[in-house]
Design a protein around this ligand. Structure first.
Ligand SMILES: [Zn+2]
Ligand SMILES: [Zn+2]
Length: 223
């Protein structure tokens, strides 16, 4: 898996061919600001690889329209238009220009009550929040982006073990509970989840879990 730094470098290279001269400095600054944000980098990479209009263009603002679990609904404002993406820390899916709206199932997934509710956000674009890199957003798990009260993605190193109070990904409890020495089967993950919920799985709590986590940028997708 590529590091965040490698991903940024790849995007910078794509930008040499995609960004009009006049927009270059600003586009590079924006890429820098999101250098530790795997989700934003997914959008940048998609945008600069497949320029939606096939014309030179640059992202000037990235706004967050919604988030659920590890998925983000983001709007990239460019020098030409506004485009919607669904992104996570690995990849982005292009939905199309903001003016064309989004499929009903996407609206439902991100909790918009109706197409009309979404239409309001289209009208009020300037009032939609700018996307804050998740590692700076204290209300989200810095690794898996679970929100307050949500469960971490299984395997997230911030998740606390309900048996020993340690780090679930490094303590020996999962092996002891399952009576195994190695986790190598899909079914063991299901069994573990069942045991976790029975014991009382611990959801993300910003107050207790985020401050204990290093706040300096960490290359989280290093293997
Ligand atoms: Zn997490
Ligand atoms: Zn444990």
């Amino acid at each position: 898996m590529k590091s965040l730094k490698e991903r940024s470098q790849e995007i910078a290279l794509l930008m040499q061919y995609a960004v009009p001269e006049a927009a270059r400095a600003q586009a590079a600054t924006l890429l820098d600001q999101y250098g530790n944000d795997a989700v934003a980098l997914s959008v940048f990479h998609h945008f600069y690889s497949f320029l939606p209009e096939g014309l030179d263009d640059a992202i000037t603002v990235l706004r967050r329209f919604g988030r659920r679990e590890s998925k983000f609904l983001l709007c990239a404002t460019t020098t030409l238009n506004d485009y919607l993406y669904v992104a996570d820390s690995e990849a982005a899916v292009f939905l199309g220009p903001l003016s064309e709206g989004v499929p009903a199932e996407v609206l439902a997934f991100f909790g918009f009550a109706s197409p009309a509710a979404f239409h309001k956000t289209q009208q009020d674009l300037d009032r939609m929040p700018v996307h804050l890199p998740p590692h700076l957003d204290r209300t989200l798990c810095p690794v898996c982006h679970a929100a307050e009260g949500e469960f971490h993605t299984l395997g997230c190193p911030v998740e606390i073990c309900p048996w020993c109070g340690g780090q679930l990904t490094s303590c020996p409890c999962r092996f002891n509970q399952l009576g195994i020495h190695e986790m190598d089967k899909e079914t063991q993950i299901d069994d573990l989840l069942e045991l976790l919920y029975a014991k009382g799985r611990i959801p993300f709590n910003a107050e207790e879990q985020a401050p204990a986590y290093p706040t300096s940028p960490v290359d989280l997708d290093q293997p």
